[in-house]
Design a protein around this ligand. Structure first.
Ligand SMILES: Cc1ncc(COP(=O)(O)O)c(C=O)c1O
Length: 315
């Protein structure tokens, strides 16, 4: 994920040049992980670029901030407008957007927060999922690291510090030659990937878990449940076990960065036919239509980036 081409950052209510969007080494968040963030994307389409499910992401940002009592003066609508503004200011059509709310620089004690800072970055290059991965899928492994139980750190809040758990899991999986990690929770059922939710497909039905399994309630997960309904695919929400993966016809990860990524192998055993399954492909196509604005039913999921018009290339 490169920072090339990023000219502006939204910081505490103002658009500032990239080089001026700095914080001090005494920032509380740098020492204790006391920040919350979002990962959001904008997609170009025939009617111009739009941010995918922006109000839902901003709502989750506010819920995450509330979980850690990170109080700042901005309203959800102000951060929605600011997100659109920073994408447009950078002239980006397909952006990865990273709002961040963090405890800044005034105290270092764990008992108190410093004044809260808010920034929104927009990056041009996502670089997470490519066409080959989207088609061929990834090889996942069961991680020796367990997902932090929601009684220890609320899994539904997207807080900076809890990504140490994700980072350990993904680096360990990569060191063993896998693409992705799957984490169990402390109950011994499957939680999720390092930065993705999990769906298993069995007998034509999508099965996924929920917050009771210590997961982040993904917005892509929610989109897939909605798109499945549009496509007439049955869904079930229940705890998942590694056995569900062994017995699956298909499986896929969901996430803003990874979109819908097929899982072709789990610990060296093929899932189903060992590639992208037909129902995974169907929901990927529906997702692409929703993100680019060609879906007849999901126009409300896109917040247009005002100031960046449709181009002939996108239509
Ligand atoms: C731990 C974790 N689970 C799931 C997800 C997927 O969430 P979303 O679809 O909202 O990006 C993410 C990514 O944000 C994540 O970091």
């Amino acid at each position: 994920m490169g920072f090339e081409g990023v000219e502006y950052v939204w910081l505490n209510g103002r658009i500032v040049p990239w080089k001026d969007a700095t914080t001090h080494v005494s920032a509380h968040a740098l020492h204790y992980g006391t920040g919350v963030f979002e990962g959001i994307r904008s997609y170009d389409g025939p009617s111009g670029p739009a941010v995918f499910r922006l109000p839902e992401h901003i709502d989750r940002l506010f819920a995450s901030a509330a979980a850690y009592n990170l109080l700042h003066p901005f309203s959800p609508q102000q951060l929605i407008d600011a997100t659109v503004e920073v994408v447009a200011a950078n002239g980006m059509r397909n952006a990865y957007i990273r709002p961040l709310v963090w405890s800044g620089s005034e105290h270092l004690g764990i008992r108190v927060d410093s004044p809260i800072d808010v920034a929104i970055l927009a990056l041009a290059d996502m670089g997470h999922v490519n066409a080959v991965t989207k088609e061929n899928g990834v090889r996942a492994t069961l991680s020796p690291y367990r997902k932090i139980h929601t009684s220890m750190i609320p899994s539904t809040a997207k807080a900076c510090g809890q990504y140490l758990n994700s980072r350990l899991a993904i680096r360990e999986a990569m060191a063993r030659g896998f693409d992705s990690a799957l984490l169990l929770n402390t109950d011994g059922t499957v939680a999720e990937g390092a930065v993705e939710n999990l769906f298993v497909v069995r007998d034509g039905r999508f099965i996924t878990n929920d917050a009771r399994s210590s997961i982040l309630m993904g917005i892509t997960r929610d989109a897939v449940l909605g798109l499945a309904e549009d496509l007439g695919i049955e869904t079930e929400v229940r705890a998942l076990t590694p056995q569900d993966l062994w017995e699956a016809d298909e499986a896929f990860f969901t996430g803003t960065a990874s979109e819908i990524t097929p899982i072709r192998e789990f610990d060296d055993r093929p899932i189903g036919a060992g590639g992208r399954g037909p129902l995974t492909k169907r929901v990927q196509d529906a997702f692409d239509a929703a993100t680019t604005g060609t879906s007849p039913t999901r126009a409300a999921w896109r917040t247009p980036v005002k100031g960046l018009a449709a181009t002939a290339a996108a239509s």
